[in-house]
Design a protein around this ligand. Structure first.
Ligand SMILES: N[C@@H](CCC(=O)N[C@@H](CS)C(=O)NCC(=O)O)C(=O)O
Length: 208
């Protein structure tokens, strides 16, 4: 059995849920993390000592890091269409997954935790929120320019695993209220992803 540890409203758990749905991986899920049982609980630490979700247990094989889990599932299911073995096609996908987890995420954190979660540490920190908005907007404008060059998905004209983290960031961008420029290629991309039932279930489901 494929068991997912983590709350279903976490952006990183949602990558795994979306991917399971895409490849038809049956799973069971336990709620762990903010608002549920804490990840420093001894029971969680027996599974993973890193204190973050998601963690998965695939018949005794424990794995963390959401993007790695997404790629693991693609390979497990032989989905070369979603995660090609061709060196350059694969590298281009990984480039976008790395961007989503690093440069793109720097600005998102203070904005999401301050404006959406209203976490004590961020909610009154206008400077951090403003800085986050500036940084996030710059990154999303870069993504918009890339998409405006005529590609339907981030790596070309086919949906791949790269669109999972990037699509969830787009969902968060459109789901949180703050002043933002109109990014029409990004809007079109968001609507294109919305043709996928798995994205509607685990991404564009009302939770940013
Ligand atoms: N690089 C990790 C980041 C994991 C992470 O930061 N997860 C957040 C949720 S999105 C978390 O564990 N938060 C603590 C909590 O919910 O208690 C991954 O991609 O899986």
């Amino acid at each position: 059995m494929f068991r997912i540890y983590g709350r279903a409203n976490s952006i990183n758990v949602r990558k795994v849920l979306w991917m399971c749905d895409e490849v038809g991986e049956a799973f069971e899920r336990e709620d762990w993390g903010r608002g549920y049982r804490p990840t420093d609980d001894d029971e969680f630490r027996k599974v993973s000592d890193f204190g973050v979700i998601p963690v998965v247990d695939d018949d005794g094989f424990i794995l963390r890091e959401s993007n790695t889990i997404v790629r693991y599932l693609a390979t497990k299911h032989g989905r070369d269409d979603l995660y090609p073995t061709d060196l350059r096609n694969r590298a281009r996908i990984e480039q976008w997954m790395d961007w989503a987890a690093t440069d793109a995420y720097i600005g998102i954190r203070p904005v999401f935790l301050g404006l959406q979660v209203k976490m004590a540490q961020f909610k009154d920190d206008a400077k951090a929120i403003e800085g986050g908005i500036r940084e996030w907007t710059q990154q999303m404008s870069r993504l918009d320019r890339h998409l405006a060059n005529g590609t339907s998905y981030v790596t070309g004209n086919a949906f791949t695993v790269a669109d999972i983290p990037v699509g969830l960031i787009a969902n968060r961008w459109f789901g949180i209220e703050f002043p933002k420029p109109q990014l029409t290629a990004l809007e079109a991309y968001y609507d294109r992803l919305s043709e996928r039932p798995a994205f509607m279930r685990h991404g564009r489901n009302g939770t940013p």
